[in-house]
Write a protein that binds this ligand. Structure first.
Ligand code: UN1
Length: 508
């Protein structure tokens, strides 16, 4: 395994010691950190953070690069993103393996994550010829009223450990075709995947003769480097994925200077399992949603609201599935669940379980740490709770699933909505009235509402994001690209004389 690991690192350009900054040159002379794999506790490599002074050099170059990148025609920018997608296709297996090594998700999920990167590149290539503005009828004679979309500037992309590469790609592929440059600050838990992606982007940009600083990198302590991004007016848009407190902090700092932000914060996904739905569909959807990525997706299923008439049957079957879950080395295809990201995450999960019990919940299964190398493995937990238990309103970033009974569909929707977060939700039902109510204005209050499929695993074609404490931002598909550009409304007068709008006359 050691040799296989070194081979993957080598193929992706990861050395034993790696500078953590890139602005066309690789740089970094700050604190050194060893990157330890949650898979088995092995040290993968060492990364040197950038200093505050180095950050300034990185941002200055990224901003400078934008001044010429914005003038490259959008379809030409699309060609670069097409090549980026092709490079990701070539490196899909290696990059997926590095994701698995660095943060512990199963290899099949790692491959899925890299596939999301490829998908968003494909979408962005098409988009590069479709950055449409509207024309509107002018109220004045021989006038044209229209809007056009211009590049925004530097996009600061701050990402989390759980999707260490996909979130960068959602932002970067779209930002690049929109004529923006990108400054990436990855989670300090996953710097190697960030270096690997930046090396790929560097090669692609150089191949086309563009400034590689178009895709820059700033690895460093969150509160230092993050706040430099948040407070610097050269960063036009900050796209932040992380916790609610983190997002509140970012939002305030960026708003203070009237910058723009996209916030992708906590989720607290719920599935309503109706007695009018298919039991197998419900079980599979809930199971993958809860244990996938070891419960560390923002779209993870954390709550299941089950109709009282089928509750016992559903929970009985789910308990069997939980008991059968194969947990272990995420590179082994036989295992459905790998480790949590680090020992701290295990501690948080164990504390949460104690709080659930203290608040009156009952643990039905799981929550037992496993004696596997690295010390980051634990059995997934099922907890039976009354509706409204305080812990169910919090996002514990771990495989803990709350089970609650309901009697009426209105009650189920009310329970689903009664949390501060609003990212993802689902209903399992074959009853059209129930599913339409769930999707109506009186239904789910989340950014994502699914029918007969679970809360996680969103496709990149739709806009991704959520309401309330999830932060309101949207990334990926649909018209999410508009957040990465500035809209300009233009009135053009070709009449030869001045006519004022709103019928105002002027006798001069
Ligand atoms: C996240 O957990 O931060 O919908 C993103 C999903 C994935 C993305 C999750 N496509 O589960």
């Amino acid at each position: 395994m050691q040799n296989a690991m070194e081979k993957v690192l080598g193929k992706l350009g990861i050395a034993e010691h790696n500078p953590g900054g890139f602005n066309g040159e690789w740089l970094g002379s700050g604190r050194k950190q060893a990157v330890v794999s949650p898979v088995d506790g092995a040290t993968l490599a060492e990364v040197t953070n950038i200093t505050q002074a180095e950050f300034d050099a990185v941002l200055a170059r990224t901003h400078e690069a934008w001044k010429s990148w914005r003038l490259v025609p959008a379809p030409k920018r699309g060609e670069v993103v097409k090549e980026l997608g092709d490079e990701l296709r070539r490196h899909k297996e290696d990059l997926a393996e590095l994701v698995t090594l660095e943060m512990g998700k199963t290899l099949r999920e790692g491959l899925g994550e890299v596939q999301e990167m490829i998908d968003i590149c494909d979408l962005a290539v098409g988009l590069s010829r479709q950055l449409y503005g509207l024309t509107m009828p002018s109220e004045r004679r021989m006038h044209r009223l229209q809007e056009q979309w211009h590049p925004l500037g530097v996009v600061g992309v701050i990402t989390a450990f759980n999707f260490p590469v996909a979130v960068w790609s959602w932002n970067t592929a779209i930002a690049l075709v929109c004529g923006d440059t990108v400054l990436w600050k990855p989670s300090s838990k996953t710097p190697l995947t960030a270096i690997a992606c930046t090396r790929i982007a560097e090669r692609v940009l150089l191949k086309f003769g563009y400034d590689p600083a178009i895709c820059s990198l700033a690895i460093g302590k969150g509160s230092d480097i993050g706040d430099l991004i948040n407070t610097d007016p050269r960063v036009a848009l900050v796209s932040y994925t992380g916790s609610v407190p983190g997002g509140r902090h970012v939002g305030k700092l960026v708003q203070e200077r009237f910058g723009r932000h996209i916030l992708e914060l906590g989720g607290n996904g719920a599935v309503i399992v109706s007695e009018k739905g298919d039991m197998e569909t419900a079980l599979t959807s809930v199971y993958f949603g809860a244990i996938g990525t070891s419960g560390q997706r923002c779209t993870s299923t954390r709550r299941v609201i089950v109709h009282a008439s089928i509750y016992d049957a559903f929970v009985g079957r789910l308990k069997e599935m939980y008991a059968r879950t194969r947990i272990g080395d995420p590179r082994d295809g036989a295992n459905l669940m790998g480790p949590l990201v680090d020992a701290g995450a295990i501690g948080t999960m164990l504390e949460a379980i104690e709080t659930i019990k203290a608040q009156g919940g009952t643990i039905l299964a799981g929550g037992e740490p496993l004696p596997l190398p690295g010390g980051c493995y634990i059995t997934p937990c099922l907890a039976e709770v009354p509706a409204g238990l305080p812990m169910t309103r919090e996002e514990t970033f771990a495989p803990v699933l709350y089970l609650t009974r309901y009697e009426t569909i209105e009650e189920a929707i009310a329970i689903q909505n009664d949390v501060p977060q609003g990212l993802s939700s689902a209903i399992i039902t074959n009853d059209m009235r129930e599913s339409e109510l769930f999707l109506s204005a009186a239904g789910s209050d989340c950014g994502i509402a699914n029918v007969n499929t679970g809360t996680s695993g969103a496709e990149i074609g739709g806009a991704f994001g959520g309401e309330k404490e999830t932060g309101g931002g949207r990334e990926s598909g649909s018209d999410a690209w508009k957040a990465y550009m500035r809209r300009q409304t233009t009135a053009i007068n070709f009449s030869g004389k001045v006519e004022l709008a709103q019928g105002i006359t002027l006798e001069i």
